[in-house]
Design a protein around this ligand. Structure first.
Ligand SMILES: [Zn+2]
Length: 153
């Protein structure tokens, strides 16, 4: 299987981040999944990705997430979760959650996605100012893990 459920402590981490920084997600239903395959975007490793589920996926998940199914799906690289520090995992989670937007004018589908301000979000730059190049560092670590795995095969 390419996907797995995330460990419990990641869900607890999300709850904390949500109550601290993302009040608009109080009622959002998010499915977090580990992706065991390397995600690549434009040649670069991608640590995580947030997507809106399709109508079909929403329908299929309606028993798990009543009554309209999940509002978002967040894919997290399995090696990131297995090998990186909580501090860095939190940075990744916060980055993905910054892509969410609650559109109160849209009653039927208020949970939207927004794009970056640039390669990150201004609010995140402030929160990450102790370690501004964290994203590059974590990407390199995870990338190296995949390379080592290839060598072992
Ligand atoms: Zn992003």
């Amino acid at each position: 299987m390419k996907f797995e459920h995330v460990p419990e402590h990641i869900l607890e981490m999300y709850e904390k981040i949500r109550s601290q920084h993302f009040p608009h997600l109080a009622n959002a239903k998010i499915l977090f999944l580990l992706n065991k395959k390397k995600m690549i975007n434009k040649g670069n490793i991608t640590l995580s990705k947030i997507v809106k589920p399709s109508d079909l996926v929403k329908f299929l998940s309606k028993d798990e997430a009543p009554e309209y199914g999940y509002d978002y799906i967040i894919l997290l690289d399995q090696k990131l979760i297995a090998h990186c520090d909580d501090t860095d995992i939190k940075r990744v989670l916060r980055h993905e959650l910054r892509h969410t937007f609650f559109d109160s004018d849209s009653l039927k589908n208020p949970y939207k996605l927004v794009d970056h301000d640039f390669s990150d979000f201004y609010d995140e730059v402030e929160l990450n100012k102790d370690d501004p190049t964290w994203s590059k560092r974590v990407s390199q670590t995870v990338s190296l893990m995949y390379d080592q795995e290839k060598d072992e095969k």
